[in-house]
Design a protein around this ligand. Structure first.
Ligand code: SF4
Length: 564
């Protein structure tokens, strides 16, 4: 039986409470305040702006590298220093290393794209929490603990808002005594800023064919830990990037180490999800990264404080979908706005939020919410510095994924020549399509643990996934339907097992997927430990049969990041 749902009307709804939406909501509220205080023209009284955030609190799901180029931030909050923005340190020292298993080679120069002088090391979750406070002071409503689960369209196929998820549904889909139906949030303009591989945005892009003529998006999985280490080992704001070990040259990725305040350091490892080897496990690669003498020495006598993982949309300029549609806009990571050559997305996603706000402000002033008016956002985005920079490195990720040495040569030339080196646009296939059979990689269907590169976790420097998940603070209401939807379990037990040995058990950084085999009968059962899920979206991207769809669990579930 369909539940009776309350309807709530707002003027502007941001779906997703990350840095793009917070920047957009803050800029819009500032523009409205400034307009009203001028007393010219029609006053924009009581414009209701709302942000829907699936995490338990703003910043709970905020995770990034994170180095912030403060370009857009300085425009948005010019007095950010006086206001006490949570900055871990200004970057004054940086280095790049090429690693082999036991050695390191320091690059004599820092390539310009990786020059971070003047940028800041931050914690994304702290920054989101801090900005959320300012946004709320400006009168914006933040509904934390609520996820958007359905896009609402009117009879003219215009987006009119989203439905939030029901609460109090048990594992069988029946209502519990605490059942609360979700509500329909209606808005004049709905802005999708759900982060990387947003589930509603994915449907929206399909619905309006917003990716027509674009290349498929590409993703990297970043696995990250924050450690407290001995004093003096790294300065706040110090930045180290690495290439090479533990990845082989046919898999793109790299490591990062950023100094934070109070003897904290965040370190992580990115693995491009177009990898071919079904035995790659990005979490294990990160653990191996920590075993390198340079890293293990840094962490010696330290202790793990927090763990997290997230995909980053690295497909580049040609993977950015059309960002306006009837009734709304797409901003931030959801629009694949990320400069993979600089390994940075914060500045461009803040800019996208701010430019979306500018367009929305003009819509409100003119009481014109037409598609033509909304498309003004794309025009201003096309002209902004951040998108022009993205265009200059438009083939970076595609070149890198054709092999490290080829990619380094091409990206170097591209940077020097300002763009085209090997044609306007390199082709790309979806990440899930790259996987090969073990025979094609190892010459056997059953490679040894040693060939795969498996390691034992010691619980001091290296941790298994379950232990790491504990450090992410992840919790979900256990009595609810699993939010990982597997279309056809037979595929898991047959084709996927035979061809790829069920790579989901390895690519998931939170040990959500487990194949149990009955010893007596040999029967396989997929066990979904969904309450471990850190919402990284890797399974939605990388399953070779596109057999897994990630949907939001009951609002408030997921990681509880505070330092990521
Ligand atoms: Fe990431 Fe999917 Fe695992 Fe959740 S289940 S942690 S989204 S790979």
């Amino acid at each position: 039986m369909d539940a009776e749902r309350d309807v709530m009307d707002v003027d502007v709804l941001f779906v997703g409470g990350g840095i793009a939406s917070l920047s957009g909501a803050l800029h819009l509220s500032n523009l409205i305040k400034a307009h009203n205080s001028k007393g010219e023209g029609k006053k924009l009284d009581e414009v209701m702006i709302a942000i829907l955030e699936k995490g338990a609190y703003p910043g709970a799901h905020g995770i990034s590298g994170a180095i912030m180029d403060p370009g857009a931030f300085k425009e948005l909050i010019p007095d950010f220093l006086e206001k006490g923005a949570p900055l871990e340190g200004e970057v004054k020292k940086e280095s790049i290393y090429f690693l082999t298993k036991n050695f390191k080679f320091k690059s004599p120069i820092t390539p310009p794209p990786l020059n971070n002088h003047g940028n800041y090391v931050i914690s994304m979750s702290r920054m989101n929490q801090w900005m959320a406070g300012i946004v709320e002071e400006n009168g914006v409503n933040i509904f934390a603990g609520f996820s958007g689960t359905e896009i609402l369209y009117d009879d003219n196929d215009r987006v009119i808002g989203v439905r939030t998820g029901d609460k109090g549904i048990d594992a069988k889909g029946d209502r519990k005594s605490n059942y609360e139906p979700g509500i329909d949030l209606h808005a004049k303009i709905t802005v999708f800023g759900e982060g990387s591989r947003g589930n509603l945005t994915k449907g929206l892009i399909d619905h309006f064919s917003l990716d027509k003529d674009r290349i498929p998006p590409g993703f990297e999985l970043g696995v990250k830990e924050v450690w407290e280490i001995k004093e003096g080992k790294i300065q706040p704001g110090e930045v180290i990037h690495t290439m090479g070990y533990p990845l082989k040259s046919n898999t793109f990725g790299g490591g990062f180490i950023y100094g934070m305040k109070n003897n904290m350091v965040c370190l992580g490892h990115l693995t491009s999800l177009d990898y071919a080897d079904p035995f790659i496990d990005p979490h294990r690669e990160f653990q191996k990264f920590k075993l390198h003498p340079m890293i293990s020495e840094l962490l010696k006598d330290g202790k793990l404080v927090q763990y997290g993982a997230k995909t980053a949309p690295v497909g580049g300029f040609f993977s950015v979908p059309k960002m306006s549609f009837p009734g709304g806009l797409i901003i931030g990571d959801s629009a694949n706005l990320f400069n993979s050559q600089k390994i940075k997305g914060i500045n461009i996603v803040m800019r996208s939020g701010m430019l979306a706000a500018q367009t929305i402000f003009e819509c409100l002033i003119n009481n014109d919410f037409s598609v033509a008016k909304l498309s003004g956002y794309e025009k201003t985005m096309a002209g902004c510095k951040e998108v022009k920079d993205l265009y200059k490195v438009r083939n970076f990720h595609q070149a890198m994924t054709r092999g490290l040495y080829f990619g380094m040569t091409i990206s170097g030339m591209q940077w020097i020549l300002g763009g085209s080196v090997i044609g306007e646009r390199l082709s790309a296939d979806p990440d899930h399509s790259h996987m090969k059979k073990p025979m094609d990689i190892y010459g056997t269907d059953a490679p040894s643990d040693e060939a795969i590169g498996d390691i034992k976790y010691d619980g001091k420097l290296t941790f298994d996934k379950e232990t790491d998940v504990y450090y992410s603070g992840t919790t979900h209401e256990e009595a609810q339907p699993a939010h990982l939807k597997i279309k056809d379990l037979d595929i898991c037990y047959t084709k996927c097992a035979e061809n790829y040995h069920n790579p989901c058990v390895r690519f998931c950084p939170a040990s959500v997927y487990e194949i149990e085999i009955d010893e007596a009968t040999g029967k396989k059962t997929m066990k979904l430990n969904f309450s471990n899920c850190v919402h990284c979206k890797t399974c939605d991207v990388k399953d070779p049969y596109e057999n897994i769809t990630w949907v939001p669990p009951e609002g408030g579930g997921g990681p509880k990041y505070t330092m990521m």
